[in-house]
Every structure is written in structure tokens, then in C-alpha cells.
Write a protein that binds this ligand. Structure first.
Ligand SMILES: Cc1cc2nc3c(=O)[nH]c(=O)nc-3n(C[C@H](O)[C@H](O)[C@H](O)COP(=O)(O)OP(=O)(O)OC[C@H]3O[C@@H](n4cnc5c(N)ncnc54)[C@H](O)[C@@H]3O)c2cc1C
Length: 366
């Protein structure tokens, strides 16, 4: 009997897990990841409902039950010319195909972009007695571009429900936030923000933060005080990729439009680690699409024909879901084709549950 080829997958987030599940029937699959699966999109909900962050985590070892070899370890070196990958614990892996799905690195600060950030924000929010709530975005890229706006509204409502007086301010580096997915989406966002009495300081480039004085300063010297800060740091490429020969000048994985790396035909990228290279937003939907696309290439199947993604924006009666197909962006560098789904606030909650169910379904092998 012919020996099955070996696919090594680095990273156990949406991209890595979806690829492992899709390939497990045709290949021997090994998944190496340093943390369990995290559904970041659940973290704002867990905060406002006062629930434990553990609800956003799924143990990756569940995947062993359908034949995927799972290792908890940190990747320390990728050697493409020798088809080898080394880990911090000293294990050496070889492969026929390598899938890099290591996501993005997010410095710790009070935010909902990592579990550590969640815990820090939770601790600081306990002492908030009202006043200025500032959501400060340091730079692009960051996961789910609409999330800071959605979170600003949800936090404002949450603190108001506790009878606190809150002035909510968003600092954002872009002159026209979300313009990358069209003028219509940008306008709709601005209408919602104004309507809800949230202040937006656009084109605000943070120079420094003084956590003692609780002050933020931008490059033109404009100061913003805060009583509670949510800080969204610019995401970075994981060191193991930025220090390898596989990266672009910016450190992200250098891939072509079929997600194969520029230099090696046996190496692919999936998820947030390739988003900046292809000019895409960091989104779980796109990680799923890329996982399906790469799996179809490796199994000689028809690839999916739409690269759709959505990150819902809750904004009271202005709540909406930008829903975009990014295939034109991936294939020809053209703007994505976007629709706005106007949504009742209840529908936004329902849509978020659907996203969570879709991610959970990966762990039942669907
Ligand atoms: C608040 C919030 C809301 C969001 N809402 C949405 C939404 O509505 N819709 C949407 O589409 N997306 C949304 N997202 C974005 C989505 O969560 C990410 O795009 C998605 O998680 C990317 O998946 P990934 O597999 O590329 O990376 P990740 O999920 O980050 O997984 C990367 C994995 O690699 C592992 N890893 C990293 N470095 C190493 C190493 N050296 N060794 C071993 N393992 C390593 C990590 O531990 C992790 O398990 C949201 C994100 C946030 C923060």
C-alpha cells in the first residue's frame, strides 16, 4: 500500500484547525501549536456578561480523536531548504507539505485581542467609576477591522447599564476608517458613531501613552485623557516567520495568490499571517476560506468560488454587517465586492452565535 504523504501544520487557530480537519482523510496530519484554540470574537460578549474567558477556548487535543497528531509546543525555527521545523522543546518535524497558520502576535495591553489582554482589561474595568472611556487603535493591521467600533458601543452600553456616566472616544489611525471595504460602509459607520454620541478622532497617530497621568499624545502633540483605556496594539508577524527566508520586508509570510509561498511550492500560508501580504483584513472567515482553498489544491478538488467575510458592527438602531467577497482583491488586487446587511440588534447577536457554531463545528470534524 502507498505511504500517505505528511502535512505539517503550524498554529492551532481557525486557519490551522480548518486545514487539519479538511486534509485528515487524504494525508497524515500533524498540528503543532503553543496554545489551545481561541475564539477572540467571543471575548467582548464574555466581558459584558461577566463570564470566564475559558468559554472562548477549545482544547485542540480534541482533534486527536479523528486521527490528527496534536503537539503543544512553540515553533522556534523553520528550515525550508531541509524541509524541517524545530520546536522550543527540541522536537524536529519533517514534512511533505507545510502549512503556516501562526496568526499574528499581539503585545499585551488592556484589550480583547488576546486572553492576557482580556484579563488585564477586566482588572482595570473593575475600578472604573465613570468618565472617559478611550478605545485607542495604535496601527494597522489588527484582527477584525470593525471590532474597535463595535466594542466601543458595547462597552458604552454596558457601563451605562451600571448607571455610570461614560464619554466614549475612539482614536483611530486611519483618516477614513473602514474605507478599504468601501465608502458606503465608512459612511454607515460614521452615522452610527455620531448617532450614538461616540466621538471619533480619525487620523490620530499615537506617539506615547502615560499610564500614570492617564494621557495619550499623538504625533502633533494633541493630548487625550482617559479614565479607562482599551488599547489595540498594531499586530506583528510572529518572530519565527519574520526571521525566516519566507517573509516579506514587513515580516509577514510572503505568499502568492494561491497562498503558496513565493520561494517554496511545498509551503502554504493560511489566515492572519498572510493577510497583510495580500492586502486582506484579518478575519476568521478568510482563514476558513484559505484553509478550504489550500486543501482543495492538495486534494485535487474544485476550490471554493467566494472569499466572503463579515465582522458585525453593533451600533443600536444603526447596527449592520459589512459582508464582502475578497476574491477580486486576492486574484487581481481590486477592491472587494461588499454588501451592507442592515440588522436589528438581536440579529447581530444571532449572527455572532452562528459564527461561533461554525467554529465549534470544526471540532466535530464537519
Ligand atoms: C474582538 C475580535 C472580534 C473578531 N470578530 C471577528 C468576526 O466577527 N469575523 C471574523 O471573520 N473574524 C473576527 N475576528 C478575527 C479572527 O479572530 C482572526 O482573524 C482569526 O482568529 C485568525 O485565525 P488564524 O488561524 O490566522 O490565527 P489565530 O487564531 O491567531 O491562531 C494562530 C495560532 O498559532 C499559534 N502560534 C503562534 N505562534 C506560534 C509559535 N511560534 N509556535 C506555536 N504556535 C504558535 C497561536 O497560539 C494560535 O493558536 C475577531 C478578532 C477579535 C480580536
Amino acid at each position: 500500500m502507498k505511504k500517505r504523504q505528511h502535512v505539517l501544520i503550524l498554529g492551532g487557530g481557525v486557519g490551522g484547525v480548518a486545514t487539519a480537519v479538511a486534509l485528515r482523510k487524504s494525508f497524515d496530519v500533524t498540528l503543532v501549536t503553543e496554545s489551545d484554540f481561541i475564539n477572540y470574537a467571543l471575548l467582548p460578549k464574555l466581558f459584558v456578561e461577566n463570564l470566564n474567558y475559558l468559554n472562548a477556548i477549545i482544547q485542540t487535543k480534541i482533534l486527536s480523536s479523528f486521527g490528527i497528531q496534536v503537539y503543544r509546543d512553540t515553533i522556534s525555527l523553520i528550515i525550508p531548504s531541509e524541509k524541517k521545523v524545530k520546536t522550543k522543546k527540541g522536537k524536529l518535524f519533517t514534512y511533505d507539505y507545510l502549512i503556516i497558520a501562526l496568526g499574528a502576535e499581539v503585545p499585551i495591553a488592556p484589550h480583547f485581542w488576546s486572553i492576557e489582554g482580556f484579563s488585564q482589561f477586566q482588572k482595570e474595568a473593575v475600578n472604573f467609576k465613570g468618565g472617559k472611556l478611550v478605545i485607542a487603535v495604535e496601527g494597522i493591521p489588527y484582527r477584525c477591522p470593525p471590532a474597535p467600533f463595535d466594542i466601543a458601543y458595547r462597552l458604552k452600553r454596558y457601563f451605562e447599564s451600571k448607571s455610570l456616566n461614560v464619554q466614549t472616544i475612539i482614536l483611530h489611525p486611519e483618516a477614513k476608517p473602514l474605507i478599504a471595504v468601501g465608502e458606503e460602509v465608512h459612511k454607515k459607520l460614521i452615522q452610527g458613531i455620531e448617532r450614538e454620541g461616540i466621538e471619533l478622532k480619525a487620523a490620530y497617530h499615537i506617539k506615547k501613552i502615560d499610564p500614570i497621568e492617564r494621557k495619550i499624545e499623538n504625533e502633533s502633540g494633541e493630548l487625550v485623557n482617559y479614565d479607562l483605556l482599551m488599547y489595540v496594539p498594531k499586530h506583528k508577524a510572529p518572530n519565527v516567520v519574520s526571521q525566516s527566508e519566507l517573509s516579506t520586508n514587513d515580516g509577514w509570510l510572503n505568499v502568492k495568490k494561491n497562498f503558496r509561498t513565493e520561494k517554496y511550492d511545498d509551503i502554504f500560508g493560511v489566515g492572519d499571517i498572510i493577510a497583510p501580504t495580500l492586502g486582506l483584513p484579518m478575519a476568521a472567515f478568510l482563514a476558513l476560506y484559505e484553509a478550504q482553498f489550500v486543501s482543495s489544491l492538495l486534494t485535487n478538488q474544485e476550490p471554493p468560488n467566494k472569499a466572503e467575510a463579515a465582522c458585525p458592527i453593533e451600533m443600536g438602531s444603526y447596527s449592520f454587517i459589512p459582508f464582502c467577497d475578497f476574491r477580486s482583491k486576492i486574484e487581481n488586487g481590486l477592491p472587494p465586492k461588499c454588501k451592507i446587511i442592515e440588522a436589528e440588534q438581536n440579529f447581530i447577536g444571532f449572527f455572532r452565535n452562528l459564527i461561533h457554531q461554525r467554529l465549534l463545528s470544526l471540532f466535530s470534524g464537519l
